[in-house]
Write a protein that binds this ligand. Structure first.
Ligand SMILES: [Zn+2]
Length: 118
C-alpha cells in the first residue's frame, strides 16, 4: 500500500486540477480565472464542479471562429447593427441604402421625390 501512495497522490492532484487542465487544453479565454477557482475552491465539491463546467463552457464567438471557423452565430460587426437602423431599401434596385441618402449608391437613382424638378 505504501508503494502505491505516490501514485495515488499524483492521481489525486491530476484529478483535482482537471478543470484547469481542461481549460488549458481548450485554450479557454478565462484559464487564469478557472485556475484560481480550481485551486482556491476546488476542495469544495461545488467549486471543483463549477470550475470544470466553466472550463467546458462555450467561449466568445471570436475565439471559436479563430479555432475552427464553425458556429458563425453573431459574426455581424457591431457598427453594422447600429447603422441598420437608418437603412431603407432603394425603391429602384432594392439594395439597402441610408435613409438620408438622396442618391442610391448602388444604382445611382435619385431618391429626392419631393425636391425633384419635373
Ligand atoms: Zn438603387
Amino acid at each position: 500500500m505504501e508503494a502505491l501512495l505516490p501514485f495515488l497522490v499524483v492521481f489525486f492532484i491530476a484529478f483535482y486540477m482537471l478543470p484547469l487542465i481542461v481549460a488549458m487544453n481548450r485554450k479557454h479565454t478565462n484559464t487564469t480565472a478557472i485556475a484560481v477557482l480550481n485551486v482556491l475552491l476546488g476542495w469544495t465539491l461545488l467549486g471543483w464542479v463549477g470550475a470544470l463546467v466553466w472550463a467546458f463552457s462555450s467561449q466568445p464567438a471570436a475565439e471559436e471562429a479563430a479555432t475552427d471557423g464553425a458556429a458563425p452565430e453573431k459574426a455581424v460587426p457591431k457598427n453594422l447593427g447600429a447603422a441598420s437602423d437608418d437603412l431603407k431599401d432603394c425603391p429602384f434596385c432594392a439594395e439597402p441604402i441610408r435613409v438620408a441618402a438622396i442618391k442610391c449608391k448602388h444604382c445611382g437613382s435619385s431618391l429626392t421625390t419631393e425636391a425633384q424638378p419635373a
